[in-house]
Design a protein around this ligand. Structure first.
Ligand code: NAG
Length: 226
């Protein structure tokens, strides 16, 4: 019995050690000084909420991509969020997410929900595969917005299903189209992302759905009467 619990403790210890090395660390760097956007970030969002959201976004993305074990995921140990007085909305680079405080400061509406959606989008860039640099940029952005759509954090100005000019237009247009593809085969986006670990081919759509991406786009437009 003593033997038994000794080995059990060893097992638990080594599990804890493995989890420890695999856990992702998060940090927030607020470089906004006394700007209006920085004040709004601290009053209406805050560092604690940001840390929670970075962590919950990661869990959601791993589930959406069906990456149940670490070997399937990108090897990222730490993600740092920078809140800064910049331009545009946000971007992700080198396991960093940069959010523009001026954007937050000027946002009309629920800034916390918008911030959350932006983090889900940017965090997807941290974790998604990019076809070894060969995937179309519009697809990369579309997958990031697909995750945001599935998490239910999309803004009201998004296109409606069926709208847009090209499947790889990016962002909301491509996210809506991927959602249609995913409705034809549950887990389609997860499988597409898995294939994009090593490269990219438009033929991935044929392999997963039996039709070319152009045919799928026409079917999608026809479904919504466009
Ligand atoms: C709104 O954006 C402008 C331009 O980026 C910036 O100078 C200003 O400080 C912003 N307002 C707030 C409240 O953040």
């Amino acid at each position: 019995m003593a033997h038994h619990s000794f080995f059990l403790s060893l097992l638990i210890l080594s599990l804890a050690a493995t989890q420890g090395t695999l856990a992702v660390e998060y940090a927030v760097n607020d470089n906004t000084g006394n700007s209006g956007g920085g004040n709004r970030f601290r009053n209406e969002i805050g560092v604690d909420y940001s840390l929670q959201t970075l962590s919950s976004a990661t869990g959601f993305i791993w589930r959406t991509f069906q990456q149940n074990n670490p070997a399937e995921r990108k090897n990222v140990q730490k993600v740092t969020l920078f809140i800064e007085n910049g331009d545009g909305v946000a971007f992700a680079i080198n396991n960093e997410i940069h959010v523009n405080a001026n954007y937050l400061g000027n946002y009309s509406g629920d800034v916390k929900t918008e911030f959350t959606g932006v983090l889900y989008h940017e965090m997807t860039h941290i974790w998604q595969w990019n076809g070894n640099g060969q995937a179309p940029g519009g697809l990369i952005e579309g997958i990031a917005d697909f995750v945001r759509l599935k998490a239910n954090y999309i803004p009201s100005h998004w296109v409606k299903p069926g709208q847009g000019g090209r499947w790889d237009q990016g962002y909301d247009v491509t996210a809506r189209f991927l959602d249609y593809c995913n409705s034809l085969r549950n887990g389609f986006v997860a499988e597409l992302n898995k294939k994009m670990r090593t490269g990219y081919s438009a033929n991935y759509f044929v392999e997963l759905l039996g039709k070319t991406v152009d045919q799928l786009w026409s079917d999608y437009k026809a479904k919504y009467g466009n």
